[in-house]
Design a protein around this ligand. Sequence first.
Ligand SMILES: [Zn+2]
Length: 145
Amino acid sequence: MTTALNALHALNVARAGDTYTWPAGGTSRPRSDAFPGLLAWLAIEQNGICPACGDALGMELLNVNHLISQGKRQGGYVEGNIYLGHRECNELDAELFGMVVPVESLARPDMVATTYPTRATMLALAPSKGRKGDRRTARLARMAG
Ligand SMILES: [Zn+2]
């Protein structure tokens, strides 16, 4: 798994290019309707672990951390390049390594997903606003008697 991540990492360095602008399309942050689903998917894939430090993802501030930084146009949302991690770990990554975080620096590289979810998968995992609305309606209906 680590070998697969190393190969992807090298590929992603090439994809990002010297300016870290990433190729257009398919590497941008998912739209806000799907983004919560991406966070849920990453948490599941990572068994609730932050790959950088190897500790559990708790109630601390979390980030989507990039191994190879996102560019000006917000790219880098591709397989093997993102993980859900502590904001503190993200800041340390930037401080120590700048634009490219080496795989070897991760405590648990085996927890970085080497695949990327489809938009449909993200939407399926995203909490639905409709469902929240339904709960509200049901509760109000109960109160109304
Ligand atoms: Zn961490």
